[in-house]
Design a protein around this ligand. Structure first.
Ligand code: ADP
Length: 193
């Protein structure tokens, strides 16, 4: 089993690259953003509570997202591996994920961290807001709040995995193809030994 965390700020291209990576490597894609949006569209209690927080650009409580990930891991016992996208976003989530994977006799193989300038992030997110229908993409204030939340709570997650030598930084500006190639090279290097 080979498990990957695709890491990076909002708008760094995690969703776009995840779709390609899961197809190429036969992984299960676990995006907490997608899981939360599915709860919202089904109008579950969890979804309704999460929406208010997401619309402010803040992080939903760790216990909520960790619970969703635990269920998803349970639901896929025969997986080749998982690709985590938008999770973990806090050190507490990272520690919880390590425990969950340990219980399954596996661990994180690599953390691929996409690097994109703040100016480019804001541009991409506002641009996505024009077509995505995502309420958290169409106000500059909310977009900036999400980036601030990333600096405050999420960027430290890279440090958490650096202590285990698991982080590789990837230039996240360029064409989708160029970035995909860089990501695949890092994965292939690790799959070959
Ligand atoms: P993006 O990274 O483009 O901002 P996501 O789809 O990953 O978008 O997440 C959208 C929102 O969902 C976040 O701003 C946050 O409110 C919530 N969210 C997603 N994943 C997590 C997580 N792991 N922990 C806490 N909140 C999360």
């Amino acid at each position: 089993m080979f498990n990957i965390i695709l890491f990076g700020p909002p708008g760094s291209g995690k969703g776009t690259q995840s779709a390609r990576l899961v197809e190429k490597y036969g992984l299960i894609h676990l995006s907490t953003g997608d899981l939360l949006r599915s709860e919202i569209s089904r109008q579950t209690k969890l979804g309704l509570e999460a929406k208010t927080i997401m619309d402010r650009g803040e992080l939903v409580p760790d216990v909520v997202v960790v619970g969703m990930i635990a269920s998803a891991l349970e639901a896929n016992p025969g997986a080749n591996g998982f690709l985590f996208d938008g999770f973990p976003r806090t050190v507490a989530q990272s520690e919880a994920l390590d425990t969950l994977l340990q219980e399954k006799g596996t661990s994180i193989g690599v953390v691929l961290a996409l690097e994109v300038s703040e100016q480019e992030l804001v541009k991409r997110l506002l641009n996505r807001g024009l077509t995505s229908g995502r309420s958290d993409d169409n106000s500059e204030e909310v977009v900036r709040a999400r980036i601030a939340e990333y600096h405050k709570k999420t960027s430290v997650v890279a440090g958490y995995y650096q202590q285990f030598n698991k982080v590789v930084n990837i230039q996240g500006e360029g064409t989708v193809e160029e970035i995909f190639f860089l990501l695949c090279s890092e994965i292939d290097n690790r799959l070959s030994y």
